[in-house]
Design a protein around this ligand. Structure first.
Ligand SMILES: [Zn+2]
Ligand SMILES: [Zn+2]
Ligand SMILES: [Zn+2]
Length: 141
């Protein structure tokens, strides 16, 4: 996956109505670079001098504007991954995730959509969290 250049990163933020601050650009760049879901701790570890609160706020802003979605992968910390360009984070847009039991990485399975039909009457779906677990390509080799 290509890492977008700065003007593109700015454009991505603006298209989500997020003011492109220096820190938000860095966080977006990092999320694009790793191409997997990251926790706040992992994000913090990849920055030399960024305070945790600022990082956390950036992630929260990103999530509110549907630039990222969050995943509970069972590792104990919430992880965040970039959404597809036009994602509105609706249940029918949700996809499954894959968690590697060995390296603890979590990946979006973007083509693995979840069934949203078959709910009992008057049940309203708001979230769905399907995590497949096993070994990622690097760990299964
Ligand atoms: Zn989304
Ligand atoms: Zn792995
Ligand atoms: Zn995902």
């Amino acid at each position: 996956m290509n890492i977008p250049m700065k003007p593109e990163l700015e454009q991505i933020l603006l298209s989500r109505k997020i003011q492109p601050t220096a820190m938000r650009l860095l966080v977006l760049e990092e999320l694009s670079r790793v191409n997997m879901a990251v926790s706040l701790n992992e994000l913090e570890a990849s920055f030399d001098k960024a305070d945790r609160v600022t990082l956390y706020r950036s992630l929260k802003t990103f999530r509110k504007h549907k630039l990222v979605h969050s995943i509970e992968d069972g590792s104990g910390s919430l992880k965040y991954a970039l959404c597809e360009e036009d994602c509105e984070c609706k249940p029918e847009e949700l996809h499954a995730h894959f968690h590697c039991n060995k390296c603890n990485a979590t990946f979006c399975l973007k083509d693995y959509h979840l069934p949203v039909s078959g709910l009992p009457r008057r049940f309203v779906l708001e979230e769905m969290n399907l995590v497949l677990k096993g070994l990622c390509d690097a760990c299964s080799a």
